[in-house]
Design a protein. Structure first.
Length: 309
């Protein structure tokens, strides 16, 4: 596990895009004791958010009353808010669709050319598969410019909303230890698992595994519930049993990392018993090939999200 040096002073977070992932992270922060949602709390993080539709601005303002919410990335108040907040550091989290990333980077660059910050440029964190660090740096940093935006690519998943996320991360070679530690510390607030990858190309693989993973598991849970219903269980009862089985099995495996998953399967399967026969039927119908194909298909799609050349 990457050892993180504690950050001193408040960090300001600017969320570009107020959609599902931004709200999942904000909700995870709200669940922690590090934000100013409760009276009398001393916040470690402050934040501002952008959204494209006015009705969404209203919704986000009500949901996160401590934030400044803008309806476009060019709003000068958005960046002045971060500046006037006088944070020790500023992290910009791009939470938009991949095809919007170039325009977002352009607006960030122009905003900071107009109103430069009194400290180092913000760290820019993306959550998009396919778009490389080198491409992001070329969009953010004009040639021969004396200061550079530092870029980190991440891939969290939606359980961050209940502080149970899994996040893969890779940093630009220009990133300092302090900058990387600051981002890791932020993500650990809502993501118990934060894995720093040895190679950037592995981020798209992680996106296809853990980023998409909740949906794969939900699909399996859906099928398991449906099977229970088919054989006579009431749907609400089947769902309750399946959900708790998923939670318990995941906790059991996570609490015993030294035990292989094959051994855990064997611990449930009595030789010749009903569970062993059920597992054999899953193997016989090609479950492993189906899962491998799903991850491969997702990975191929991730590679296609390269944004503007």
């Amino acid at each position: 596990m990457h050892h993180v040096t504690p950050t001193r002073g408040r960090t300001h977070l600017t969320f570009i895009g107020g959609g599902t992932m931004a709200c999942a992270i904000l909700d995870g922060l709200a669940e922690s004791a590090l934000t100013a949602f409760g009276p009398g709390q001393k916040p470690e993080y402050s934040f501002s958010i952008t959204a494209r539709r006015q009705e969404r601005v209203v919704q986000l303002s009500a949901r996160y009353p401590g934030a400044y919410v803008a309806d476009n990335n060019d709003d000068e108040k958005l960046w002045l808010f971060a500046k006037d907040d006088k944070p020790a550091a500023h992290i910009i989290l791009i939470c938009t669709k991949p095809q919007s990333t170039f325009d977002v980077c352009e607006s960030i660059r122009l905003a900071h050319e107009k109103a430069p910050m009194p400290y180092n440029l913000p760290t820019v964190v993306t959550m998009s598969p396919g778009i490389t660090i080198s491409k992001l740096e070329s969009w953010l940093n004009p040639q021969n410019h004396p200061k550079r935006f530092t870029v980190l690519r991440t891939m969290p998943n939606t359980p961050v909303s209940i502080r149970q996320g899994a996040t893969a991360l890779v940093a630009s070679r220009h990133a300092t230890t302090a900058e990387v530690d600051r981002v890791i510390a932020l993500f650990r607030v809502f993501s118990p698992c934060v894995e720093t990858l040895p190679e950037e190309n592995l981020l798209d693989v992680a996106a296809a595994v853990s980023g998409s993973g909740p949906a794969y598991l939900f699909q399996f849970y859906k099928f398991l519930v449906a099977a229970g219903v088919q054989w006579g269980l009431p749907e609400s009862l089947a769902r309750s049993l399946v959900m708790q089985t998923g939670v318990g099995a995941s906790m059991l495996a996570n609490n015993q990392p030294e035990v292989s998953l094959s051994s855990m399967i064997g611990n449930v399967c009595v030789p010749g018993g009903s569970t062993e026969k059920g597992i054999k039927s899953l193997v016989d119908v090609g479950l492993q090939a189906a899962v491998t194909n799903a991850v491969g298909t997702s990975l191929e799609a991730n590679h296609g999200m390269k944004g503007r050349e």
